[in-house]
Design a protein. Structure first.
Length: 135
């Protein structure tokens, strides 16, 4: 591992900060408050899923319209955090219950979120989700 890459331990303050930010973001998603959710994202944030790539604007418009809601979102186990200077990668397994255009979806997914430190705060610039394989 190079000197600028650090896998942060459970007592590392940067790890603790990023895990807390991610937990707050999960709570914001369940609140279905688009403004609150958007406050965790950089303007150029995108999400990558099996459906393709969606922008911050597209994602938040689904929430604002009520077409996408979440009633549960939780981490499974401890997130892995790796810091590269002003960039950090948080990988975690998460379960969620969402409703998309009236249909319920229960998901168990691996998520990777890339955070960039901008103006002295961490903002997510990219989220990638992939379904978790059943044991």
């Amino acid at each position: 591992m190079s000197d600028d890459a650090t896998i942060t331990g459970s007592d590392d303050p940067v790890r603790a900060e990023l895990v807390a930010i991610d937990e707050d973001w999960l709570r914001a998603i369940v609140s279905d408050d688009a403004e609150r959710i958007g406050s965790f994202m950089a303007d150029d944030w995108v999400i990558v899923s099996e459906s393709g790539v969606a922008s911050k604007e597209q994602f938040l418009s689904f929430i604002t319209s009520g077409g996408l809601t979440h009633s549960a979102m939780d981490h499974v186990g401890e997130p892995r955090v790796q810091v590269y200077g002003e960039i950090a990668v948080l990988t975690a397994r998460a379960t969620n219950t969402a409703h998309y255009e009236g249909r319920r979806f229960d998901a168990d997914e691996w998520t990777t979120s890339v955070f960039a430190r901008r103006d002295h705060r961490w903002l997510c610039v990219l989220t990638h989700i992939t379904p978790a394989k059943a044991p």
